[in-house]
Ligand binder design. Sequence first.
Ligand code: FES
Ligand code: FES
Length: 155
Amino acid sequence: MISLNINGQQHELDVPDNMPLLWAIRDVIGMKGTKFGCGIAQCGACTVHLDGVATRSCVTPVSAAKGKITTIEAMADDAVGKKVQQAWLDLGVAQCGYCQGGQIMNATALLKKSPQPDTREITEAMAGNLCRCGTYNRILAAIEQAAGKQEETSS
Ligand code: FES
Ligand code: FES
């Protein structure tokens, strides 16, 4: 049995040790906010927090997920996550939306670690989160807004 603490709830799962955490979250527990993109740690769609650190759940075996796991579903009750989501809404960041849960999880982890990141820090931190709709400029602006910079975006 594998024991996972997700969003403050304990889950006991009868799954193989090497099952990717993403599979457990989506297919076993049934929380669909965390997305499958590439499955090889290249896109960021599957980003969750493991003890506050942005983590690719598609390449994290459940046996390695021993800390506190936080998913996009918990961001509405998270002080920083709420600010990030509000900025996303204010600036209309999402297009198809598929990558956005992972983007928000990565942005929230960044702002918790570094509440006032400069543009370069944001760009570097977000570089591994791909968006096929090309919403990068709005993502940058939304993170800056959530960090309190209140900058306008033009795209
Ligand atoms: S699905 Fe995990 S990084 Fe792409
Ligand atoms: S909004 Fe469509 S992939 Fe990012």
